[in-house]
Design a protein around this ligand. Structure first.
Ligand SMILES: Nc1ncnc2c1ncn2[C@@H]1O[C@H](COP(=O)(O)OP(=O)(O)OP(=O)(O)O)[C@@H](O)[C@H]1O
Length: 341
């Protein structure tokens, strides 16, 4: 649905050139919910603006739904953009127009006849859960409702791609979850491909099936969310994963104190919640003459399953511990030795 090949974007400023996006290759398949995560300044906004050519790439090619955007004429580009909806962090609604008028606007621009417009707006209001609010002005709506209007407007022309630019960053956690659920439902129902940018791992965890991690204009890691969570490779990805699994301080200091006492090897085991891995601890105890103490554990629920993490202490002969760790790795569980006590 979307492919970027060798895409770069450099801004010329008074203080020199800024490479906001560097030599980026990315493929997003039809129907995916693809999250792009990075801290402020990583280049996410520039990337999402490149996807509808609000920014022109300095180098490389961007294809959306079979069209190489930079090769389109102005008229063709206008048409292609109607099939790429965009949702904004601060909603970008017209404050002097009602909910109905805001949603209807892109249909008017596209020249949809009045009767069809009426039908479509009604459908969209139902889809985003705003039935009965059509005559309200944006200032009379909550943040979540405003974003529902933003989403309905973005979907008006039945786009094949929906770009979400930090769509939940201005919302409280409960409203964030409601809007993420809505995006998930829209993806399932309309089969629209969703690309979202965010700085919150929670957003990736809750609805994305694929993720790309950006750092200083580059994608440092990408792939299915499950894989990236289980085996984060880049330092930046490890930071994001850690942030998500963060326990409250009291809990953390408890397991750290437990870890300080006693001997043996302390390791973290990262596994997916499947029946094969459920019996791991029992199997290990049966096979090897060692002791296992569980110091701490957490589980992250993802869109396509769950990833669990156990912090354990292995006590016993070093050679037996080595054999145990090898056995656990063979079972497909990620093992990271934290310290030899
Ligand atoms: N129009 C512009 N002119 C000059 N520099 C720009 C422009 N747009 C972005 N940049 C620079 O490009 C880099 C990447 O910015 P971008 O906004 O894409 O990052 P981001 O990851 O979206 O961060 P944020 O979440 O803070 O917006 C930054 O150093 C920024 O200052």
């Amino acid at each position: 649905m979307i492919s970027l090949t060798g895409v770069s974007k450099t801004f010329q400023t008074k203080s020199g050139a800024i490479e906001a996006v560097r030599n980026l290759d990315l493929t997003i398949e039809e129907g995916q919910i693809y999250g792009i995560i990075g801290y402020s300044g990583a280049g996410k906004s520039t990337l999402i603006r490149l996807l509808n050519l609000l920014e022109r790439p300095t180098a490389g090619e961007i294809a959306v739904d079979g069209h190489i955007l930079s090769r389109l004429s102005a008229k063709q580009l206008r048409h292609a953009r109607q099939k790429i909806g965009m949702v904004f962090q601060h909603f970008n609604l017209l404050w002097s127009r009602t909910v109905w008028e805001n949603i209807s606007l892109p249909l008017e621009v596209a020249g949809v006849p009045r009767e069809q417009r009426q039908e479509r707006v009604k459908e969209l209001l139902r889809l985003v859960g705003l039935d009965g609010r059509e005559d309200h002005y944006p200032s009379e709506l909550s943040g979540g409702q405003k974003q529902r209007v933003g989403i309905a407007r973005a979907l008006a022309n039945e786009p094949s791609v929906l770009l979400c630019d930090e769509a939940t960053s201005a919302l409280d956690p409960r409203t964030t979850d409601a809007i993420l659920d809505l995006l998930l439902a829209i993806n399932k129902k309309l089969k629209v491909t969703i690309v979202l940018i965010t700085h919150e791992m929670h957003v990736i965890q809750k609805i994305c099936d694929h993720v790309a991690v950006m750092d200083q204009g580059e994608v440092v890691e990408k792939g299915p969310v499950m894989d990236v969570f289980r085996r984060p490779q880049a330092q930046m990805t490890k930071l994001f994963v850690k942030e998500l699994a963060k326990t409250d301080e009291e809990e953390e200091s408890l397991w750290e104190r437990l870890a300080e006492k006693g001997d043996g090897v302390i390791a973290s085991l990262t596994f997916s919640a499947n029946p094969l891995e459920e019996t791991l601890v029992t199997d290990v105890i049966r096979r090897f003459p060692i002791e296992i103490s569980i110091l701490h554990g957490n589980i992250s629920k993802l869109q396509q399953g769950s990833v669990g993490k156990l912090f354990v202490r292995f006590s016993g002969e070093e050679v037996e511990i080595e054999a145990t760790l090898a056995y656990i790795r063979e079972r497909g569980v990620e093992v990271e030795v934290i310290n030899h006590a």
